[in-house]
Ligand binder design. Sequence first.
Ligand code: ADP
Length: 319
Amino acid sequence: MKKIAVMTSGGDAPGMNAAIRAVVRYAVRNDIQVLGIQRGYAGLLDEDFIEMDFSSVGGIMEKGGTILRSSRCPEFVRKETRQEAAKILAKHGVEGLIVIGGEGSLHGAMFLEEEQKVPVVGIPGTIDNDIAMTDMSIGVDTCLNTVVDAIQKLKDTASSHERAFIVEVMGRSSGYIATVAGLVTGAEAIVIPEIPVNYEALGNKILKERERGKINCIVVVAEGAASAYTVARHLEHRIGYETRITILGHIQRGGSPTAFDRLLASRMGVAAVEFLKRGNSYVMTALQGGKIVPVKLDEVLKQKKSLNMELVELTALLS
Ligand code: ADP
């Protein structure tokens, strides 16, 4: 294998740069040239490429976002577009492609190999932790730490003014961020897509906590379950005191990656090149029981990652 390409696609996640760095450096050490594709699948179609070498990825590990930038490219769902992409890669002598991104991006990669025979390896990079068959995706840990830091600050002001804070966090289909953040900040309650919300019970729980003498109250809401405004409207008349709403939004995507994400990204980046080198493509790098292993892309993408309900029970038990 003489030449590979790497791209980041879809929603960006902290740690993607550490993965790019590992891909480039491990490839270079193995005498494999690396083409950086800028702006994901859109950049691939525009031939927006840069040659990458050992020093082009210096000083990027600690940076959030992605130096290769990212994009959404709706036309990539069409077979003809992917055929065009495969031709472009062949024209540039690319023998394998590494795609760092979420579920959508991994679908694009899967079809590229299935139909167009481009050898691909996916690296899961998304803050949602909604990719199956891997214990963690790159970016999740950093996002969690950002959310925990924000909730901790809100708790200070919540205690001072005796208010209830409704905090809306990322998670369109997964309550993972809300659950873990709620658990480790001692939030009163979580509202997640996996469990239908019972406002009556939620209101009663908050009132009981108050009777017990607790003066701050935090409810963590995953965006996919309800909006913070809806939760606040349902709760205010039940608990009889003021609520304040905080929507953390895009700050959850940013920031310098945590040590965990840097390490995960570095290990996955190296593994991705190694898999391609060994002809073990059509896989995603996955963290399973502490090891980085290859898992088939089609198997990953036909599954939905389910939330570990023990975490939800633990949250209820300890708050
Ligand atoms: P993420 O990778 O973070 O889940 P998206 O779902 O927006 O982000 O997907 C990123 C890009 O991946 C899309 O803009 C599109 O180019 C490509 N993609 C998404 N879904 C598919 C699909 N079903 N088939 C082919 N390409 C897809």
